[in-house]
Design a protein around this ligand. Structure first.
Ligand code: BG6
Ligand code: MG
Length: 216
């Protein structure tokens, strides 16, 4: 019997991956680096600085920038990304998510956000679902990124349950690995690429009911 739900944000609640992609692609182009959608898959679930490192390595420019320069580049990308987020609204919730969340709330199942994004509170407010969550893990308080399970362990902890008592929802392979590494039940929300190790794989949350997950 499960007692709580742990949600990734980008790709599970809303499709911001394409906005991250636009902002990274522009920044990369300014550095003479080309990235495509297939490469973008590697950035899912990965922190801002780590994403920049992957892009620089992809362009053969891994050692060309100081830490301070990289921080400026990451800030630039974020500024563009936040501009793109301004148009976000409840219409951008992924199909089935709001209904699933409402059903969880009705049953008083605690829900928590485990996202690598520092923009998570802002995005949740734009989507008008911020108040529905019991907690949001602050990625600044973590020492390791996904696929390390730290963020998922912390998420379960904030709602006072063991990881084994929670169901985690992820669209990134790194996220599924983190969920499984702490014994949580993993729901993979698949878009393009198949997710390995997930206990259940769906295209959207409307394929699931709260009751069936609580019984896992
Ligand atoms: C994750 C996204 O949720 O958040 C990554 O999947 C992103 O693509 C990461 O890099 C960090 O996001 P932000 O908003 O802090 O730059
Ligand atoms: Mg994601």
């Amino acid at each position: 019997m499960k007692k709580g739900f742990v949600f990734d944000l980008d790709g599970v609640i809303t499709d911001t991956a394409k906005l991250h992609y636009i902002a990274w692609k522009d920044l990369a182009a300014a550095l003479d680096i080309e990235i495509d959608l297939a490469f973008n898959e590697q950035l899912k679930g990965v922190s801002r600085m780590e994403s920049l490192d992957k892009i620089l390595a992809h362009g053969g420019k891994k050692d060309d920038f100081s830490i301070a320069q990289k921080e400026t580049l990451a800030e630039e990308k974020n500024k563009h990304y936040v501009e793109l987020l301004q148009a976000l609204g409840p219409q951008d919730l992924l199909p089935g998510f709001k209904e699933f969340l409402n059903a969880a709330k009705e049953k008083q199942v605690p829900c928590v956000i485990a996202s690598a994004s520092k923009n998570a509170p802002f995005i949740l407010k734009k989507l008008e679902v911020f108040d529905a969550f019991d907690a949001i893990v602050d990625p600044d308080e973590l020492t390791k990124g996904k696929p390390d399970p730290e963020i998922f362990i912390r998420a379960a902890d904030t709602i006072h349950i063991a990881p084994e008592e929670a169901v985690g929802f992820e669209d990134a392979q790194a996220g599924i690995e983190g969920i499984k590494a702490c014994g949580m039940f993993a729901v993979g929300v698949e878009t393009t690429e198949p997710l390995y190790q997930a206990d259940l794989r769906v295209k959207q949350l409307s394929e699931l009911t709260v009751d069936e997950l609580l019984e896992k």
